[in-house]
Design a protein around this ligand. Structure first.
Ligand SMILES: Nc1ncnc2c1ncn2[C@@H]1O[C@H](COP(=O)(O)OP(=O)(O)OP(=O)(O)O)[C@@H](O)[C@H]1O
Ligand SMILES: [Mg+2]
Length: 230
């Protein structure tokens, strides 16, 4: 179980997270919902160790990882898909995949299964990542993260700027990953529909705290919309 307790974080003199409590269960998809500026990216960066926690605790299977570097967290099985489909734009799709595959033990051995999950990438192998469409770049970004063989995949707004049909395809892959390979997924979203379709558990982030959380069942849609309206 991945757990955040009273987590505080921010930038310079500005505190953005004022004590976040969140439990990410061992399987399935957990979604953090929140408006623009609610602190979703700040939360995920603190989870990844890209931003230091000011106080509070992050534990994973009972181990306190609050003070570990991002690198150490990745070695323990965290993987990060940043907002905005970032990859190395001047490198080709193939080079982007190989850079990650070679930097992680077992990465090369995972290439075939990752490409089987995103077959669209096969035809784009020699194209520079900077020339890919938003949806293609998002798939490349997720594929890169999967090459590290993560136990917990952290995605920041994977549906942002992507057309609905591709969003649905990406959603299906994420749900499939969580159910078939047992990879835990933590994702941030603004779109309630996408977020709750894909999710098993949800939490609503507002004013730097989790204001509502629970199972992502039918009742959750109204509950989440109500919490977001505050
Ligand atoms: N590097 C930074 N320096 C200072 N303030 C920042 C920085 N990054 C974000 N902030 C501020 O922190 C707050 C939370 O931002 P954050 O990016 O976490 O929101 P978000 O929920 O991810 O929003 P979005 O849905 O637009 O991505 C905002 O008020 C933002 O202006
Ligand atoms: Mg964000």
């Amino acid at each position: 179980m991945f757990k955040l307790e009273s987590l505080r974080s921010g930038y310079g003199r500005t505190e953005v997270l004022h004590g976040v409590d969140l439990v990410v269960p061992d399987d399935g998809v957990t979604t953090v919902l929140g408006h623009n500026g609610a602190g979703k990216t700040t939360l995920l960066k603190t989870v990844m160790g890209l931003l230091p926690a000011r106080s509070g605790r992050i534990t994973w299977d009972g181990e306190d990882i609050t003070r570990l570097s991002a690198h150490q967290r990745v070695r323990r099985g965290l993987a990060w898909v940043p907002q905005g489909q970032q990859s190395f734009g001047t490198l080709t799709t193939r080079e982007n995949l190989l850079v990650v595959a070679e930097a992680h033990p077992g990465g090369r051995g995972r290439l075939d299964e990752v490409l089987a999950l995103f077959p669209a990438l096969e035809e784009l192998m020699e194209r520079r990542a900077g020339l890919l469409s938003g949806g293609q770049r998002q798939q490349l970004s997720i594929a890169r993260a999967l090459l590290t063989g993560p136990r917990l995949l952290v995605l920041d707004e994977p549906s942002e700027g992507i057309q609905p049909s591709v969003v649905q395809e990406i959603e299906e892959k994420i749900v499939g990953l969580a159910s078939r390979s047992g990879t835990q997924v933590l994702l941030a979203e603004q779109k309630v529909g996408f977020a709750l379709n894909a999710a098993d558990e949800y939490a609503v982030l507002a004013t730097g705290r989790v204001v509502r959380a629970g199972r992502a069942d039918e009742a959750a849609v109204d509950a989440a919309r109500e919490a977001l309206a505050v």
